[in-house]
Design a protein around this ligand. Structure first.
Ligand code: COA
Length: 328
């Protein structure tokens, strides 16, 4: 029996750091409010000369080096993002060309917001397991600062820029690597978190620009409630499906949106908070990049050891959601 394993991980965050106190000079907010309500202290912000693909490439180079895999060996490239360089072509095409990944590799983007990395992982997992592809590079990359309304204090304090990546391939050993993966999407919540303009529904016009409709709009309270409910549900279902109890999970890597959401999950699942990897205080919410950045850090900081089980849990605009189990 074969398994699909993560053979390398990497991440990148732009140098510029925007602290809560910097934000309090832009909008009517305070460090105390942001810390208490979200747990975020600072976030990385890309420069004007850095686009989503630039962040993606840096994370990918780190992941390829960690996996000891050359770009020429990649035959499947997936970039999860909602802030790609351009509406078309895909950011994956830009990454493929600049990284020197062969043109015969299948390269495409996934739009599943903050769950995007788990969507990419599920697809790569299935395709490798069925021998369609040999070696996948999956990337979650976001320049959310470009979609952020810097005059809206209810959203601009939440988001940040960054990228994380992983290399996946098959091994002839059973029961390791990705041992479970499950995804979902509930479109009834579309208007709770969206960028209203810039697509075919409301193409860019002087009016959409004047309405600030190219930026993220969110009903924070509604999204919060859905996130708490959905993350708990998908985590429970994943554990049940694989006959695991909460105390068998060594580390939970949740989507990094709000510390209170993670605390609530820790309580409902009865997994102590010290078994959750939390870095949102330093990154904010980086959407599709959030889980792979945390994964790469957790590996780097020795929080993941051979034989251990990690549970990944995501939710995002859509409302999309997903979970995955990895045995290292
Ligand atoms: N600074 C100071 N005050 C702020 C503020 C800010 N940055 N943002 C909002 N407020 C104010 C509100 O105007 C409101 O004032 P009012 O009571 O006078 O009307 C008050 O704080 C409480 O607002 P509320 O929206 O109820 O706060 P909250 O506790 O729900 O926290 C969020 C707001 C956005 C932090 C929280 O709802 C959240 O994290 N939601 C989920 C967001 C998310 O995860 N999105 C990404 C999904 S992938």
């Amino acid at each position: 029996m074969a398994s699909v394993v993560i053979t390398g991980v990497g991440s990148y965050a732009p140098n510029k750091i925007l602290t809560n106190s910097d934000l309090s000079k832009i909008v009517d907010t305070t460090d105390q409010w942001i810390c208490e309500r979200t747990g975020i202290k600072e976030r990385h912000i890309a420069g004007d000369d850095e686009a989503c693909s630039d962040l993606a490439i840096k994370a990918a180079i780190a992941a390829l080096a960690d996996a000891n895999v050359k770009p020429g060996e990649i035959d499947l490239l997936i970039v999860a993002t909602c802030s790609g360089d351009m509406p078309l072509p895909s950011t994956a095409c830009l990454v493929q060309h600049r990284l020197g990944i062969p043109a015969h590799a299948t390269s495409f983007d996934i739009a599943a917001a903050c769950s995007g990395f788990l969507y990419a992982m599920e697809i790569a997992y299935g395709q490798i397991l069925t021998n369609r592809y040999k070696c996948a590079l999956i990337i979650g990359a976001e320049k959310l600062s470009a979609l952020t309304d810097w005059t809206d204090r209810t959203t601009c304090v939440l988001f940040g820029d960054g990228a994380g990546a992983a290399v996946l391939r098959k091994v002839d050993q059973s029961g390791i690597g990705i041992i479970g993966s499950d995804l979902g999407a509930d479109g009834q919540f579309v208007d709770k978190l969206c960028v209203p303009a810039g697509g075919s529904r409301k193409p860019a016009s002087a009016q959409t620009v004047a309405d600030r409709a190219h930026f993220i709009r969110m009903n924070g309270r509604e999204v919060f409630k859905s996130a708490v409910r959905v993350m708990d549900q998908v985590a429970r279902e994943m554990l049940e499906q694989h006959h695991l109890t909460a105390d068998q999970i060594d580390l939970v890597i949740p989507h990094q949106a709000n510390r209170r959401i993670i605390e609530s999950l820790s309580q409902s699942l009865k997994i102590p908070l010290d078994r959750f990897y939390i870095n949102l205080d330093r990154y904010g919410n980086t959407s599709a990049a959030s889980i792979p950045i945390a994964l790469a850090e957790a590996r780097r900081f020795g929080r993941i050891k051979p034989g251990q089980i990690t549970l990944l849990i995501a939710f995002g605009a859509g409302l999309t959601y997903g979970s995955a189990l990895i045995r290292w």
